[in-house]
Design a protein around this ligand. Sequence first.
Ligand code: GLN
Length: 415
Amino acid sequence: MLANYYPPYNATVVQKLLNEGAIMMGKTNMDEFAMGSGTVDSIYGPTKSPWRSGLRYKLWHRNKHRHQASSIMEKEQFSTFTDKDWFIAGGSSGGSAVAVAVGSCFAALGSDTGGSTRNPAARCGIVGLKPTYGLLSRYGLIPLVNSLDVPGILTKTVDDASLLLNVLAGHDPKDSTTVLDPFCPVKISEEPNISGVHVAMPEEYYCPGMSSEVVETWKEIADLLERGGAKVTNVSMPHTQYSISCYSVLNCCEVASNFARYDGIEYGHRATNESSTESLYAATRHEGFNEVVRGRILAGNYFLLKRNYDKYFQKALKVRRLISNDFLGVFEKGVNVILTPVTLTDSPPYSLWKLKDSRQQSSIEDYCTQPANMAGVPAVSFPCKLSSQQLPISLQLMAPCFHEQTLLTVAKWIE
Ligand code: GLN
């Protein structure tokens, strides 16, 4: 729909980077309209993880010379996969994650509505930050779900993510949902201290399909934090399990409304040879959207029918509030950060991923990441270790709204 579209103005986050002297290198691949968790549903084709057959990458943060791209690549053959198959990069901002992971750029932007920055960062072994909703301007960001969307930051290290956050955060008169309070820049010491930090592990984040390696990593990092002086406790966030169904309804409803703008008249793709306005709309939207996007528009319009509005949309809003209250309840008990996995397993190979229904696959993938969007809280994913397949396993930290300082301090300590 927007393949040949060049926006006449810059997004605020892009303009802020340019103002600081950043050099924009290009646009990166993603699932169409940020719908997906693999970067496999793009008109430009799928994005491959750099962690693929024949080449093994080291985790950036283990590398002292982290800005030298060539130094991260070890030419080491491993036998299980051939060049014909490869691991998915995660998504939907998979192109951004790969660009950073291979050292093509210092940092990249993504968007995060249900995990699209944290998921590909986790799959590619880099840092993915979803800031608090309202801290970064969404002006110029193509909307998916306005009430959940946040521009995301992808970098090699936590320090780099903090640097970007400090450049990008702050009120924007062009986005009424950005907060007015002045932003206090994040400052992380070279030797971060976590003694006395209260870390919570919510039991509901253990979910069917989570690999034993992911669970082990989760426990190992919790032990590490405890040894470093943090207080680690188990907590309950009982509405976590409803997040996927709730998100599916809210996402489709906002999509149905947002995507009305792509009608072939103002901008973007326009079908030719149509004899009426109605058929121009229909043909444009049929040609310009993939199946996933069309499916969500249809579902959203169904949920928003007068007879269904209370049953689905209103109900989902109530459930969203309960999910959000789970976070408030935990933070009110004095918890500073919540530690969870990001994905249920390490990256699956593309051949396996494609066997499953992409819509279903995508929602299961987001189990651990979606709740942070429901509550608007900041969350960061960071690589912890390599799986037995030599692929990155990452974990996630979440903190109360606007507590990026604590979030990134603990992440840096682990890093
Ligand atoms: N996988 C989710 C979806 O398809 C999340 C996408 C996102 O965060 N942009 O909606």
